[in-house]
Design a protein around this ligand. Sequence first.
Ligand SMILES: Cc1cc2nc3c(=O)[nH]c(=O)nc-3n(C[C@H](O)[C@H](O)[C@H](O)COP(=O)(O)OP(=O)(O)OC[C@H]3O[C@@H](n4cnc5c(N)ncnc54)[C@H](O)[C@@H]3O)c2cc1C
Length: 474
Amino acid sequence: MTSITDTNKTAIARLANEQLQARIQGQVIAPDDPRYNEMRAAWNLTVDQHPALIVVVKSAADMAQTVRFAHTADLQVAVQATGHGVVRPADGSVLIITSQFTEVSVNAEARTAWVSAGTKWGKVLEQTQAVGLAPLLGSSPGVGAIGYTLGGGLGWLARKYGLSIDSVNCFDVITSDGRIIEASETQNSDLFWGLRGGGGGLGVVTGMEIRLYPITSIYGGTLAYPVEQARKVFQRYREWIATASDELTSSIGIMNVPPAPVFPEPLRGKTIVTVRGGFCGPLEQGEVLLKFWRDWQTPLMDDFQVLPFAQVAQISKDPLEPSAGVSSSVWLNNLNDEFVATLLEYAVARGGPSPLIAAEIRHTGGAIARVDPRANVFGHREAPHVLQMLGLGQTSEMQAAFRQRAAQFKQALQPYTLGVYLNFMSGEEARTHARDAFSAEAYQRLQTIKAKYDPDNCFSHSYDLAAADSTHNN
Ligand SMILES: Cc1cc2nc3c(=O)[nH]c(=O)nc-3n(C[C@H](O)[C@H](O)[C@H](O)COP(=O)(O)OP(=O)(O)OC[C@H]3O[C@@H](n4cnc5c(N)ncnc54)[C@H](O)[C@@H]3O)c2cc1C
């Protein structure tokens, strides 16, 4: 089974309607269904996928039935919660949409939450903040908790509490033959090791238990300076983070602000340097930390302030509406002056719009680097910074221009780079660069685990973990 003909498609749809629909609470949606076009869409508008079948699930049982159906029909399975991080379009496969399976249950005493497959971080945040606790979400509450976590999960509490994967107690997982198993330190510990950073290629996760932290406010926001000040801002930033505690997780970046009304007037159409972050220690110390910048010179923008943690998304102000974005990433070994010169050469728009809308470097280390690198598959924990390049991809020409600029930029950055962070890479690049995200030893072990739990590469829509001779390794 490699390509699906029209006759096959009709047969699959008929089989699914006869066999699968009766066994699930959710809906089976075939290509001729009026809901098909709406349901095959992803949050990222660059994705244009044509699954053989869409199954909108309501429960873990629905998910297991769907995987069993796909296994019997010899079809591959893709999973989508929101479509923020589609690695490979679900063409010709069964696409499990989890967005209607969004149960969250919080155990305030144990400081844990159970999060089901389709839950966005926003819902987890709301329910945990209600009892004074915080999850390790990222910059956007619209991102799916499970997809984010399978890739690592780097948010504004990361230097204090680590990556999202470092706070997972267990996952419930469906294997390619439809079995539901637990993956934890004591059950299927090899799978648990691989799921924490290895993406969705090992199994379909129906839910996870995560640990929570007692954070209800944060001192956070963004400073913006004119790009002409970039070298001085980088120099000052290096000084700032050299002495700051792990309670500060921050970033510095270049942004070519589009001339669009959604951006504040003083920034619109300009290239700026941004310093962003969140301080989760005593809030009055956050104010003191910012004095370092405020005593220096007046920025174009300064919205650092005490934020209820429920509003942590105010720090990055990521778009919540579906967008056409492309991104790429590398871990960095330092931010010295030579690095800054290269960054400015490739990231700053000159004489017209740039294919790169932003290049943001997050300060990592802290609790991320204190975890034993063998604890799970996640790689490059020792790196002090990670760079994400972002572009707009409304047309295939724009996507190609971004890819070309990002490739040249990464080539020039080679002396400073250590590997890639897959959550910050989009589409096919994430899939084909999986090897660069891990140590060689960890990647090899991941392939062995993949061969054990998904020998036929039924879950081939995530990072490429399959050995070269795998059945569906296309
Ligand atoms: C606006 C924006 C902000 C972001 N901010 C951050 C950030 O601050 N930090 C960070 O680390 N990352 C961040 N990311 C990256 C994000 O974490 C990844 O794109 C992530 O994969 C999105 O997960 P999702 O479930 O929302 O997306 P989806 O596209 O639905 O899923 C993404 C991937 O996860 C797999 N997957 C999803 N659910 C399951 C499941 N139940 N079982 C098995 N596999 C599954 C999918 O198959 C797919 O490969 C951001 C992305 C965007 C677009």
